[in-house]
Design a protein around this ligand. Structure first.
Ligand SMILES: Nc1ncnc2c1ncn2[C@@H]1O[C@H](COP(=O)(O)OP(=O)(O)O)[C@@H](O)[C@H]1O
Ligand SMILES: O=C(CO)[C@@H](O)[C@H](O)[C@H](O)[C@H](O)COP(=O)(O)O
Length: 470
């Protein structure tokens, strides 16, 4: 049987795993599992945490669903996932392999995710100024560590290593006693200079930051180790790539020309395009800009409007409706709710109801929360409300990176990716209305495919960026 690459995306809502044929780059198997790992904010500090045990359970369930005979022929493993977040663990005891061919987390913290809201604007403005073009927001790893330094310093003493959840899985698979991070994920923590690919160690040291928790850096696309044990049939000794950012991987999976922009809608939403070779970002953070510049591969950058309000807004609406309906003694599954809501909104082609859906605020404007306006007696049906909600999600992204901005950058096509978009025709209709450009939906356009493609291309020595800018 021929070789395959295993790509895994540890998303905020679900884990996705794919097997990609090493010779043809075709997807030969794919599976996804919900993580259901959200924890409630019992301390009332606007915490958004997830249980790593439940995330790893979902990884195990997901990989187990892939054909075992193919898993035995995996020649590279690639991990990607939700950026910005931080998990702490103890070197050498971060997991337990006693189950046989899978591991479970042991001495770890909960994962503090990108949706975490514990760092207020006042808290953030009191932090040292980063030597980076990227501003620091709540939910960014370094901001969270600063918060623990101030509010629960003893907590940090329990741990020796920190990383994103995808870095953690790489470390555990390879039996590493430290964390190795690519610039893609390091930039998402803040206090990382993407020109030098180094942490702002002096700035952080001067502020008393526990720099022992900063991961070591490896280039995006590099291999960092080999599986230390057989894992769901994947042989021990299989090379594992340093973990990548999920939005860079979704772009890699479906951007085929410099004139493409990629709109990914999963739990969050990102609209992004690649900058020409030689682009250098500004010297200092542009705190109020809705567009930021994130490292891609080999010194190149992506311009991105990263919205905190994507599919999670629709999920919150579904959860709210489910809870209301339950109060009347009726229980409906999420999938039944989505099907009904999408069906109603498809029959309601337009609505004058206006929903501004920024229930989590946005990084460039954290105080601008959601609003519903122009309510009349005639626009409150489920169809109107869900149509207006979907339009609001897309319009918000479009306001962060307007059509004219895309056109000025030479973008002539938008490629859609992410399962919130793939599963929701109303969202797709609204994308096509908001962006009068060619809009295509990438087949197999997702981060799990993207990370496997990156390693596949490196295996065959194809240069890291599929878009060739000269
Ligand atoms: N049955 C469904 N039908 C349509 N959309 C759904 C359904 N279930 C979940 N979604 C949407 O998918 C989003 C999660 O997408 P997913 O790709 O799993 O996220 P992530 O990659 O962030 O883990 C949810 O926020 C919701 O908007
Ligand atoms: O905020 C950014 C980039 O700045 C996001 O694009 C980044 O991809 C984060 O990983 C996401 O917010 C989480 O991804 P997802 O689970 O919503 O797919």
């Amino acid at each position: 049987m021929s070789d395959v690459l295993l790509g895994i995306d540890l998303g905020t809502t679900s884990v996705k795993a794919v097997l990609l044929a090493a010779d043809s780059r075709a997807v030969v198997a794919a599976h996804s599992e919900p993580t259901a790992a959200d924890l409630s904010d019992v301390r009332g500090i606007k915490a958004k945490e997830q249980d790593p045990g439940l995330i790893i359970d979902a990884v195990n369930r997901c990989v187990e669903q892939l054909p075992r005979d193919r898993l035995q022929h995996v020649c590279r493993v690639g991990l990607t996932g939700q950026m910005h977040g931080v998990l702490f663990w103890r070197a050498n005891t971060g997991c337990d392999w006693s189950d046989g061919d899978s591991f479970t987390p042991r001495d770890t913290s909960q994962l503090v995710t990108w949706q975490d809201g514990r760092c207020s604007s006042d808290f953030l403005s009191a932090l040292p100024k980063p030597q980076s073009h990227l501003a620091v927001s709540t939910g960014f790893g370094c901001a969270t560590i600063f918060w623990y330094m101030k509010h629960r310093p003893k907590f940090l003493e329990d741990f020796t290593v920190a990383g994103t959840i995808q870095d953690y899985v790489v470390s555990m698979l390879c039996g590493l006693d430290s964390c190795v991070m690519t610039p893609q994920n390091a930039a998402s923590w803040g206090f990382f200079n993407t020109a030098t690919n180094q942490w702002n160690e002096n700035v952080l040291k001067a502020a008393g930051f526990p720099i022992r928790l900063l991961p070591r850096c490896a280039p995006a696309g590099a291999l960092v180790g080999q599986t230390c044990s057989a894992w769901h049939g994947v042989p021990a000794g299989t090379p594992v790539g340093a973990a990548l950012g999920d939005f860079q991987c979704s772009v890699y999976s479906c951007m085929s020309a410099p004139a493409d922009a990629v709109l990914n809608i999963s739990t969050s939403a990102q609209l992004t395009f690649a900058l020409p070779a030689g682009f250098t970002p500004p010297d200092s953070p542009q705190i109020e800009s809705s567009i930021s510049y994130f490292p891609y591969f080999d010194s190149s950058y992506l311009a991105v409007a990263a919205s905190l309000n994507g599919g999670n807004v629709l999920a919150t609406f579904v959860e709210t409706l489910t809870a209301w309906i339950k109060e009347f003694g009726v229980e409906l599954s999420d999938s039944c709710m989505y099907e009904k809501l999408i069906g109603c909104a498809l029959s309601q082609e337009t609505s004058d109801l206006m929903v501004s859906p920024t229930i989590l605020g946005e990084r460039h404007d954290p105080r601008r929360l959601g609003q519903v306006t122009n309510i009349s007696a005639c626009n409150l049906s489920l169809g109107h409300v869900f149509r207006a909600l979907c339009r609001g999600v897309v319009s918000n992204v479009a306001s962060m990176m307007p059509l004219e901005h895309l056109q000025r950058a030479g973008v002539s096509r938008i490629v859609g990716s992410g399962s919130a978009l793939a599963r929701n025709e109303v969202l797709r209709q609204e994308v096509e209305r908001a962006f009068p450009l060619q809009v295509d939906y990438g087949q197999n356009a997702d981060s799990a495919v993207g990370v496997a493609m990156v390693l596949c291309d490196r295996l065959h020595n194809v240069p890291g960026n599929p878009c060739m800018f000269t």
